[in-house]
Design a binder for this molecule. Structure first.
Ligand code: FAD
Length: 321
């Protein structure tokens, strides 16, 4: 059944986040030959529309307003509700990001629809659209189908491959005027913690340190390895609690959820709460001096040894490539 499916593009530092393209790819599956319409909301974001079309959007609707410069629940729900009223899509796909996690339940309740959150896969099986999502902190997966109403889902970043970019693709770009007003929250200033380049939740490679790094300086060898691999640096809560690094680096149940192609865990024991944030990584390498450490149960490759010896050796080897 061909459907009209709406996605929301996410913009950070004037660039589209990858999850915007992944949502389009998921929406194509849900649309089953129908139309994928992507909403691009912000202050002056129109120039990004063509990139969304190149990644598979059939149509882009821009909603530009000074009150959409920074994300607020109020502002974005006004903008999105206006688009939803105008378009009445049969499907909606957002990223399972901080923005998507905040906005999607609000819109689902306004639409009186259900919501499948944090899907890692969507496929057509025997005439049904089946969404897979992790449960019990990633220990099991459940499969969901929508039997009635709008198909509304959020997708976990880095799980659904975006489509091949095709700069020659064409599509319609239109704008919708929405008077975004009466905001109950106004963002005066965004102060971003300095991170070393790569966005942790979208990184293809993550090098993470735990309490085993022993100090703030203990992260230095991990940063050097990350530099060589173009990786982001993450941490266990143990390392954050010990004040070796900032909580923005925390991965796990109460931190960020990451699904990189390669996750290198250094001096992390592998508590269930940490595994909840990284066990779906495609390849996991664990470095720990305790051969009984729980992290080895989820690791594809385990190195029993002192991270301060092993990590510099890895860095030196990768530098040769
Ligand atoms: P430890 O468990 O102390 O492990 C350190 C490891 O380093 C050990 O395995 C040790 O063998 C190894 N090691 C030491 N020195 C070296 C060396 N030189 N070379 C190699 N290996 C070495 N944790 C998270 O990570 N993320 C979360 O989101 C999270 N949420 C939580 C939510 C709740 C409600 C609770 C109760 C806990 C949560 N935790 C979370 C904490 C979690 O239970 C663990 O306490 C924490 O993950 C442990 O961090 P760690 O592995 O770095 O430290």
């Amino acid at each position: 059944m061909a459907r009209k499916v709406l996605t929301l593009a996410e913009v950070r530092d004037s660039a589209l986040r990858n999850v915007s393209f992944e949502a389009i790819a998921a929406a194509k599956t849900v649309a089953e030959g129908g139309e994928v319409v992507t909403v691009l909301a912000g202050e002056s974001v129109g120039s990004l529309a063509q990139e969304l079309i190149a990644f598979g959007a059939d149509r882009v609707i821009t909603v530009e307003h000074a009150n959409l410069k920074a994300y607020t629940s109020d502002g974005y729900s006004q903008a999105l509700m206006a688009v939803l009223d105008a378009e009445s899509p049969e499907g909606i796909i957002f990223g399972h990001t901080a923005l998507g996690k905040d906005l999607s339940p609000k819109l689902a309740s306004k639409l009186n629809s259900g919501l499948i959150s944090d899907a890692t896969e969507v496929e057509e099986v025997g005439g049904n659209l089946v969404f897979t999502r992790p449960i019990y902190s990633g220990k099991a997966f459940e499969k969901k189908i929508v039997t009635d109403g709008v198909i509304f889902a959020t997708i976990r970043p880095n799980n659904i491959a975006s489509l091949q970019k095709d700069d020659a693709r064409s599509g319609d770009v239109s704008s919708l005027e929405v008077d975004v007003k009466d905001l109950r929250t106004i963002i005066k200033e965004v102060v971003r913690k300095a991170t070393d380049g790569v966005d942790l939740s979208e990184a293809k490679v993550v090098v993470a340190g735990g309490r085993g790094v022993k100090s703030t300086d203990g992260f230095e060898p991990l940063k050097e390895l990350a530099d060589v691999l173009g990786a982001a640096v993450g941490a266990s809560r143990g390392a954050c609690d010990a004040d070796y690094c900032d909580y923005s680096m925390q991965i796990g149940q109460t931190g960020k959820v990451v699904t990189p192609d390669l996750y290198i865990a250094c001096g992390i024991s592998g508590a269930i709460q940490h595994l909840a944030g990284m066990s779906n990584s495609k390849v996991i390498v664990a470095i720990n001096k305790d051969p009984e450490a729980n992290i080895f149960k989820v690791a594809d490759y385990g190195i029993v040894g002192d991270l301060f010896e092993v990590v510099p050796l890895l860095t030196a080897e990768f530098k040769k490539l």
